[in-house]
Design a protein around this ligand. Sequence first.
Ligand code: NAP
Length: 247
Amino acid sequence: MSTAEPRVVIVTGGSRGLGAGIVRSYLESGDLVATCARSITPEVEGWMSDPATKDRFLWMPADLAKAEDANAFVKAVVAQWKQIDVLINNAGVARDGIHSMFSDDDIDTVVDLNIKGTLYVSRAVAKRMLARRSGSIVNISSIVGLSGYRGLATYSATKAALDGLTRALSRELGSRGIVVNGIAPGYLKTEMSHGLDADQLNQIVRRTPAGRLGDPEDIARVCQFLTAPGNGYLTGQVIVVDGGLTS
Ligand code: NAP
């Protein structure tokens, strides 16, 4: 645990996968961490009961595709800890399939969480950060938002949208002491990549200079770097963290 002043950190979708890895990283650095998702997991229950984390961890069930849930979650964090220093917009969902066969429901599910959910949370958090003239926001997009991926048209479109949001918000908030960056991960070992079959995964690993899929820790490390208290100048950037796959 560090000796620096603890920060108030929001990680959306921190119940499993990448989000859980990011929550763990900020808990390990001594920060106060809030997360939400639709359902609780054993990992979340562990943080809620562990004496080392229970007083520094806040959980709230929320469906971020709904503006009222997103607003209530941010309000609960401010009620508990008065401020928000860091926002990691991590919650996301993918649906794969040929775009011409995609249902309205599939399009809505992906757009409503990945774009609208991120906009709702960012809006509520930015309001609080603006009042204090300080803060750091990281949007988790994906390399498929940059390069595209067959069968992931809607998902790729939403991730490219997040990169646009990163650039626009960094301009809007920069003069008020708030930095906004994005991370575009490559393929990670989480539930989301379970949709890829063994052949696809082997091909990705073969084409990745680092020779493996990414771990949540690979991305959490970059979140920590971008949101370090001293960073007031690196903003508006999308950092690709993919083991060199798209280099
Ligand atoms: P994951 O294992 O499926 O976890 C997604 C998280 O988001 C869970 O906590 C999930 O909990 C939550 N979530 C889903 N729908 C939600 C909703 N409507 N409201 C609130 N929370 C919701 O996915 P992951 O692989 O960790 O991905 C995390 C982020 O990294 C996503 O933005 C993803 O696009 C991005 N990413 C992943 C990869 C990869 O290879 N895995 C690569 C590049 C980028 P509930 O389902 O209980 O709500």
